[in-house]
Design a protein around this ligand. Structure first.
Ligand code: F6P
Length: 308
């Protein structure tokens, strides 16, 4: 997100437009926590994880009163447009602000889950997948040395996209995701067969949103049926930090700059996303109406086909 902020500030500055950052997102809008952002302030940020202006969940902004305070704050600050980097919830809030207070908003998709309609990629996803893949490469060493099976839980609240890509990149023996039901029995049978054929250890990726519950229950059920010794690893928030990958920095630059250009040209109410390597604009109403978009079941099938 820092790389996106950098792109926003520097693109705006080429248009002679000033930028204010609201600390902790909508909370800063409601409470008036502002910070002037200029070309120098965003220097040295491109390689940093997290976000230099903070982020939070803001219950007040869900209420009309909170949004009215935010609009009043923006008027007092002389702000004429709002760029929101976030996911579905942030876009819903931004749209309400636009509808109720006629504030021009543009969205930039930022979530490690990559579950937003209208964009191939979201800021943070590639870094999260690479971080989890590196952890899995390390676990594989231990798994092969000891013969233990590792069940690794990755993030993705209601979406298995991270899990599927991590399974593909890490060469996992199995992947369990919320988009597919009843795979646990088939997975146990596969692990048992592979064990009988001489495979010494396995790596299984479990999405945190899987229908079977947490990774601990899944691991116990599958390993009992497969007859293997196991350990559980929950990667958790490790996936949300660290230096962003090149890909994340590049799309942040493209979408951050594209968002400013959209606002400057008067095209408000859109999300700036990526489609086939190009920046595209999609109406925010469509983005929130379509929810998570189409799950990549073809990628899931490939991960399962290559597992062995
Ligand atoms: O939506 C992004 C995400 O990282 C999910 O994958 C995860 O479930 C959630 O955020 C964690 O949120 P919190 O830090 O509020 O627990």
């Amino acid at each position: 997100m820092n790389a996106a902020l950098r792109a926003v500030v520097r693109t705006a500055s080429r248009h002679d437009i000033g930028v204010i950052g609201y600390r902790d997102g909508f909370a800063g809008l409601v409470k008036g926590w502002t910070e002037e952002l200029d070309d120098r302030r965003v220097g040295g940020q491109i390689q940093r994880g997290g976000t230099m202006i903070g982020t939070s969940r803001c219950p007040e902004f869900k209420e009309p009163d909170g949004r009215a305070r935010a609009a009043a704050q923006m008027a007092a600050d002389g702000v004429s447009g709002l760029l929101v980097i976030g996911g579905d919830g942030s876009f819903r809030g931004a749209l309400k602000l636009q509808e109720e207070h006629r504030i021009a908003v543009v969205g930039v998709p930022g979530t490690i889950d990559n579950d937003i309609y209208g964009t191939d990629e979201t800021i943070g996803f590639d870094t999260a997948v690479n971080t989890a893949m590196q952890a899995i490469d390390r676990l594989r060493d231990t798994s092969e040395a000891t013969g233990m099976t590792f069940f690794v839980e990755v993030m993705g609240r209601a979406s298995g996209t991270i899990a599927i890509q991590v399974a593909l990149a890490g060469g996992a023996a199995g992947v369990l995701v919320p988009e597919e039901h009843g795979e646990a029995d088939a997975l146990a049978a596969r692990l048992r067969r592979l064990g009988e054929e001489g495979k010494r250890s396995h790596l299984v990726i479990v999405s945190e949103g899987d229908e079977l519950g947490g990774v601990y229950e899944v691991a116990q059920k599958v390993s009992e049926a497969a007859g293997c010794e196991y350990r559980v690893v929950v990667l958790g928030h490790v996936q949300r930090g660290g230096n962003p990958t090149a890909r994340d920095r590049i799309i942040s630059g493209m979408m951050g700059a594209g968002a400013v250009e959209a606002l400057v040209a008067g095209r408000a109410g859109v999300m700036v996303g990526m489609w086939r390597g190009q920046v595209v604009e999609v109406p925010l109403t469509e983005v929130v109406a379509r929810g998570q978009g189409v799950p990549r079941l073809d990628m899931l099938e490939l991960a399962q086909q290559l597992a062995g």
